[in-house]
Design a protein around this ligand. Sequence first.
Ligand SMILES: Cc1cc2nc3c(=O)[nH]c(=O)nc-3n(C[C@H](O)[C@H](O)[C@H](O)COP(=O)(O)OP(=O)(O)OC[C@H]3O[C@@H](n4cnc5c(N)ncnc54)[C@H](O)[C@@H]3O)c2cc1C
Length: 389
Amino acid sequence: MTSMVGIQYDCIVIGAGIEGSATAYHLSKKKKKTLLLEQFGLPHSRGSSHGQSRITRFSYSQEHYMKMMEEAFPLWSQLEKETETTLFKNTKLLVIQKPPYDLLDNRKRELLKCGKPFKELTHEELRQNYPGMKLSKDFRAVLDHSAGTLRADKALRGFQVQFEKQGGILKDEEKVLNIIPGRYVVVYTNKAVHRANSVVITPGAWASKLLKPLGLNIPLQVWRINVCYWREKFGDFDKMPCVIDDSTGEKHVYLLPMHEYPGLVKIAYHSGIDCDPDRRDEHATTDDREVKLIQRFINNYLPGIDGNKPVITESCMYTVTPDWELVLDHHPSHPNIVIGCGFSGHGFKLAPVVGKILSELATGQEPSYDISALRISRFGKSVVSKASL
Ligand SMILES: Cc1cc2nc3c(=O)[nH]c(=O)nc-3n(C[C@H](O)[C@H](O)[C@H](O)COP(=O)(O)OP(=O)(O)OC[C@H]3O[C@@H](n4cnc5c(N)ncnc54)[C@H](O)[C@@H]3O)c2cc1C
């Protein structure tokens, strides 16, 4: 490792997942000299932003995200134009629930609040429209017309390509080992020493590993998620909307229309198994409780899918906060260190706005959104160690 400090940057962004890449993109749009660092060779599938599809929608139970999504959609289409790539597909989203229908009713209220079109489907309509699905009569369903999917890998690449076109410097295979706060923040990597006016830390599941040495103990749980692909028997699953079954509460089974692998449908569970991000795949197994839950869902309600076993299982990670809210804030003791983490399994769709907010925090601007619910102070004073004050 060299001890020479190289170029002086306006900002260094640590972690080139979707949140860091979107942040770097916004910083370079502001003409800030920006370095984006990534520990692995790009592209990689060892974090949380890989794969080909993510669900997106306007409706949210929290008003702050609902407001952010109003801007996220146009920002995604701006990236589509800049990179001449299609990123959004308006597949729609079918939300289903068995009694007590509380979450489904909430979804309807949210859709009404954000003024987006939806339709309640009768049992007969469900049967006719989705032949691969057979729900029991006690299910109710709402079809959200403005929702759809984002092409995840292409979106990630899009932000990175635009960032470089706008003058940003992207270095992969360069792992950050140490961050030294100060008027200028000094960043030690396995290859070099860099210096910047500010640093944005967006390391996904590795957040605690970088934040603890900076005196921050944010309560973050890292889960390995089994992303399972199941064989289609019949039912035109390429024409299905996304489906979320709210019957099991916040931790639900969800399905995306057939896309990544011909003949295989992605069905996953919105929860996972605790893991260390550096040892994610050591204990991966399709015997997991989560896979069995998906299997039960398929065997009960999806006759068009072979629920015997997943044909392909991939891994991805959620970094979850106790309230499932994101963390977007300055370090409490070092205002030129900005943190974006804890995206709790729903951060992809928000990334263009997250990037905008983090770029504002890193350049001393007022954030364009009310982020009080996302501040570190919500976890109490005990998450900040005395050493960092
Ligand atoms: C299976 C699955 C399904 C999901 N579905 C949806 C969905 O439908 N809709 C939605 O909105 N969201 C969804 N999400 C959530 C969304 O994908 C994540 O919130 C988002 O990708 C998080 O991005 P990130 O940039 O924080 O993390 P990451 O993508 O993991 O990026 C962090 C990066 O930092 C790098 N890094 C870490 N430490 C260092 C270091 N020391 N030095 C240099 N680099 C470092 C890592 O290698 C990594 O590349 C899903 C997530 C998963 C796993």
